[in-house]
Design a protein around this ligand. Structure first.
Ligand code: DOR
Ligand code: ZN
Length: 351
């Protein structure tokens, strides 16, 4: 096969940052996707509907005129989120879901939730409203090994949560383990997961063997290869519960290459090409379209995009360096050669 045309994909989990950075991140997010679910972990975090709508305007102001792309906004859940704010979020029609960060788990999560039990009233309202909870699924208990934090979260927190709120719509964002994939596969249809390109392509050796490679450091951290293979099986099985979410999360080079570097991989320079490589290696290119372009829209009850993108088999070298708000940024798989390259995007109207 020399070329592959699929419906225009959506990115169901990404980070755009703010201010100067938007000039780089917004065009990159819009290049291959029809829509993108924008994470709210700014400093300060996006905790209210008015903040989310103002952020949406700043994003749209940097969207190139010839690009059609829609940001789908999220709210940042805190211990003190008023339930009235959740009702307003639903009524606005502009807020796709509410993001749960365990306090201290990752980048700009200091204002996150200190214990899921403290937000039971909010979760009850979200269950009633059909407002999805987007989970960063890790415990922050310092006694739990960093490689076990997702599996322990599923056992200690997520399993009880699904019993307490059986109707709550949930997405286990950037799932990284066989335990996470199995949990989602066995859960009811209103529980789904996103998967990043790095977790489909790389294991922890890529991060740590033969030298530490900070540009492969993200959270949840890359796991051993058996987990990567479980994620490939989940993504390529044709199940509507698993869909594309890059978690593209840019940090300037200086904040990655330092004694205590930030978590996050930027992947919007080659997102579809990276997923295509992972699917092709699994002999499952035919499943790429459903994963990238159908399952997420179906889960969220949104129309599928009508445009298309075309990838050609054409070996190309990924850039060594890009820019983020005037500072150097090292993208995921910098300098690697990929077999597929996006060559066309049809105009088709997005939802
Ligand atoms: O690697 C990550 N980077 N994981 C997250 O959960 C947050 C993200 C970021 O915002 O940089
Ligand atoms: Zn993220």
């Amino acid at each position: 096969m020399q070329s592959l045309t699929i419906s225009l994909p959506d990115d169901w989990h990404l980070h755009l940052r703010d201010a100067q950075a938007l000039r780089d991140t917004v065009p990159a997010a819009a290049r291959q996707f029809g829509r993108g679910v924008v994470m709210p972990n700014l400093r300060p975090p996006v905790v209210s509907v008015s903040q989310a709508l103002a952020y949406r305007q700043r994003i749209l102001a940097t969207l190139p005129r010839n690009q059609t792309w829609e940001p789908l906004m999220t709210l940042y859940l805190t211990d003190n989120t008023p339930t009235a704010e959740l009702r307003e979020a639903k009524a606005s029609g502009q807020i796709l879901g509410v993001k749960y960060y365990p306090a201290g788990a990752t980048t700009n999560s200091d204002s996150g939730v200190t214990s899921l039990t403290r937000v039971h009233p909010q979760l009850a309202v979200m269950e009633e409203l059909g407002l999805p909870l987007l989970l960063h699924g890790e415990v922050t208990d310092p006694d739990v090994d960093i490689f076990d934090r997702e599996a322990v979260f599923i056992e200690r927190e997520l399993t009880p949560l699904t019993k307490r709120f059986p109707g709550l719509r949930m997405v286990l964002e950037h799932v990284t383990t066989s335990e996470g994939a199995a949990f989602v596969a066995a859960a009811p249809p209103h529980v789904a997961a996103t998967i990043t390109p790095q977790h489909l392509l790389f294991d922890r050796n890529q991060l740590l063997a033969g030298g530490i490679r900070p540009h492969y450091y993200c959270l949840p951290v890359l796991k051993r290869d058996s987990h990567r293979r479980a994620l490939i099986a989940a993504a390529t099985a044709g199940s509507g519960k698993f869909f594309l979410g890059t978690d593209s999360a840019p940090h300037p080079r200086a904040l990655k290459e330092t004694a205590c570097g930030c978590a996050g991989c930027f992947s919007h320079h080659a997102a579809l090409e990276l997923y295509a490589l992972a699917f092709e290696r699994a002999g499952a290119l035919a499943q790429l379209e459903a994963f990238a372009s159908h399952h997420g829209a179906d889960f969220y009850g949104l129309p599928r995009n009508t445009g298309t993108i075309t990838l050609h088999r054409n070996a190309w070298r990924l850039p060594e360096e890009l820019e983020l708000g005037g500072e150097p940024l090292i993208p995921l798989a910098a300098g690697d050669t990929l077999p597929w390259q996006m060559t066309e995007r049809s105009a088709g109207a997005t939802a």
